[in-house]
Design a protein around this ligand. Structure first.
Ligand SMILES: Nc1nc2c(ncn2[C@@H]2O[C@H](COP(=O)(O)OP(=O)(O)O)[C@@H](O)[C@H]2O)c(=O)[nH]1
Ligand SMILES: [Mg+2]
Length: 305
């Protein structure tokens, strides 16, 4: 685990991994035999529902039952670089001296090649480093964020009173990606109504009857329901089902990586194929976008570079 000096070394190593430098790649290669042990828990939901508060509360509980935890926060609203690092120290808060807790913020914009690839690698590094649980916190708005959470093995979607009803969230695809639904702010009088909206929205789904015990009412503020949730998540992370899930996740992550690499290479090839004929033909109204694109694709596949 990482305390003091080691913590700074780990932070630097993660930067190399995040930026996909050769050092980062070498580190991942060294860690490879130990990667794949951690429970990767995604926590997502609209801004303000209490994700960060819930994550802190879960970290406390997981530490209480002896688990080491790393938090990876991907938040477009958090300040970049220096600011985020300061934020990490603030968030570390009560755990600042605990080598069993590590918090890392990632910039969520402006990375070439997409976010999910390097988020997965940062989690790999923390996993290989020996953290038993890796919590990935991300705002559940937008496709990029939904893609990020696919790097988690178990996904918690967090809702709270006053942040839009469950049915609205369902339409955005947010509810669909959850393994567990968490209504936070149980101390708020509106929580029961949010809980029942959510249950109703979920019961409309085909597998609706199986979901009741995956809906949790908690309060990050007063601690209600937190230890039960933490224990449930940890107990589900052990055993053969969990190991199958982890293999599935590896397969998905590999696919994401493969598509990214293929896109990178292929778009270079596409760029090199002259498109003048297709553009002319489009401009003259002699072809459609679809047929012009098909023609270029065929030329690209036939070009051997
Ligand atoms: N009443 C109540 N407020 C909460 C609870 N959890 C978080 N909050 C508050 O909700 C606001 C947003 O919390 P935060 O954790 O930053 O939400 P995030 O944007 O989803 O990460 C803050 O003012 C928190 O103090 C809770 O369980 N009950
Ligand atoms: Mg937050």
């Amino acid at each position: 685990m990482a305390g003091g000096h080691d913590r700074r070394a780990l932070a630097r190593a993660l930067t190399a991994v995040e930026n996909e430098t050769p050092e980062g790649e070498a580190l991942l290669q060294r860690l490879a035999p130990r990667i794949g042990q951690a429970l990767r828990l995604g926590v997502t939901g609209p801004p303000g529902v209490g994700k960060s508060s819930l994550v802190n509360a879960l970290v406390r509980e997981l530490r209480r039952i002896g688990r080491t935890v790393a938090v990876v926060a991907v938040d477009p609203s958090s300040p970049t670089s220096g600011g985020a690092l300061l934020g990490d120290r603030v968030r570390m808060g009560e755990h600042a001296l605990d080598p069993g807790v590590f918090v890392r913020s990632l910039a969520s914009r402006g990375q070439g090649g997409g976010l999910s690839g390097s988020t997965g690698s940062v989690m790999d590094a923390l996993d290989g480093h020996g953290f038993e649980v890796i919590v990935l916190e991300t705002v559940g708005v937008g496709q990029a964020e939904l893609d990020v959470v696919k790097e988690a093995e178990v996904v918690l979607v967090v809702l709270a009173p006053g942040t839009g009803d469950g049915i609205q969230a369902l339409k955005s695809g947010l509810l669909e990606i959850a393994d567990h639904w968490v209504v936070n702010k149980a101390d708020d009088p509106g929580a029961e109504a949010t809980l029942s909206d959510l249950s109703q929205a979920l019961l409309l789904r085909a597998d609706g009857h199986e979901i009741q015990d995956r809906i949790h009412l908690v309060s990050a503020r007063d601690g209600r329901g937190i230890s039960a949730l933490a224990e449930r998540l940890w107990s589900e992370s052990i055993g053969s089902e969990a190991s199958d899930r982890r293999t599935d996740l590896r397969r998905r992550s590999l696919r994401t990586r493969l598509l990214r690499a293929a896109m990178g290479q292929f778009s270079d090839r596409l760029e090199r194929v002259p498109a003048d004929l297709e553009v002319e033909s489009l401009a003259a109204g002699a072809s459609t976008l679809a047929s012009a694109a098909r023609s270029l694709l065929t030329k690209t596949l036939e070009s051997n570079s």
